[in-house]
Design a protein around this ligand. Sequence first.
Ligand code: PHE
Ligand code: CO
Length: 296
Amino acid sequence: METAAYTVDREEFFRTLVEKSDSGALRGDYSKADAQYVVEQEWHAYTPEQHALWRRLYERQARLVPGRACQEFITSLATLDAADGIPQFERTSDALEKATGWRLVAVPGLVPDHTFFEHLAARRFPVTVWLREPHEFDYIVEPDVFHDFFGHVPLLFNPIVADHLQQYGLGGLKALKLGGLKNLARLYWYTIEFGLIQSPQGLRAYGAGILSSGGEIEYCLTSQNPRRIAFDAERVMRTLYKIDSYQETYFVIRDFQQLFDETAPDFTPLYSRLSHEEGLPANTLLPGEVNIATDQ
Ligand code: PHE
Ligand code: CO
């Protein structure tokens, strides 16, 4: 990438981030990031208090996943050996690379869309280096290392999810050119972040935003408030979402192969069809749609 283009992109990125953030300041330290926004994890700089906070987060969440997370997540989490403190990304990457060819890269926080897509397209998953503060134990808006690692990394060991996410990255680069970003972002939100799956054992969560949350992991499966609708790629890409409350709708896949297959077709015609649509409210239930019952 040319230096000039990179500088312009970077300024634009910081402007949009500052607009989005309440404090008007960025949380991460971007001063040492390279052109791909990659930093050193600096694992030795984490304090004993930060490792202790991680252990508390991990313990609570690990207690909640049985019966709520899909089996692929649970099995993989157990092999990660991440219960005792903030993990060293390099070590996880070596295991992950053997399993599915993915590696983790350390980033200061949110990165620009095209950078994010480029990492995914190259089978690199960006993981934020900083950990939340103790008072943010239950809730945090921006993704931190606990969300990124605990929520996302286990399913990167699944070959179908691993391939899907790479395709998503390639699709993202394409969507940027076609004006489809807002539609494609909704797909990520309602699947990779907040997706449910109808597993052989019953309804389970696979989305990272759910699996790293102390409250939503139970809410998404048992509350009578939200809608639970069978996954349909176009329906998802038409649907608005809320980032600061529990979801009003969850979309349910049958298995990861369905997610892969239904996102494989060329989205070009879809983006042009949807480009003038404002988006369906997050709590929409269209005529003919079935609200899937909870097992509990
Ligand atoms: N099939 C999509 C396209 O043509 C790319 C994509 C694949 C998007 C997988 C999301 C997930 O743009
Ligand atoms: Co996430």
